[in-house]
Design a protein around this ligand. Sequence first.
Ligand code: DQA
Length: 146
Amino acid sequence: SSFAVLNGPNLNLLGQREPQTYGSTTLAAIEASCAEVASELGCELSWFQSNHEGALVDEIQRLAADGTDGVVINAAAYTHTSVAIRDALATLDAPFVEVHISNVHAREGFRAHSYLSDLASGVIVGCGVQGYELAVRRLVALTSTP
Ligand code: DQA
């Protein structure tokens, strides 16, 4: 199977950005640990980060056209604002898992609402950067035939 991990705005700064909230692990290090999990489980993972809403929409459309088997998405702040990313995800035939590093329910009220969650197969919140790996494992479980 072939899965994609998508990251939204400011997640390129993981490791330096608000470390008390997001920890000290960089996005490159998360990518490396997810790559290990993927090779352990025998699946392929693509990786994409953008600070631009339209670029994320373009990438989701590309994945839908290529017939991805599943998507892990941390849309970051766009989670709370983007009907466009929601609509793009709605076109996917494959499942997606929404990830947030921090516990968005323990923060400002505006972070509690997601435009994505009701369409998601699952949501992983507040598990730190381990959430990405958990999401990859979940996609493998969801998409492997019994
Ligand atoms: C985040 C939570 C969002 O509210 C925030 O805008 C982010 C990161 C998280 O991973 O905890 O940029 O998605």
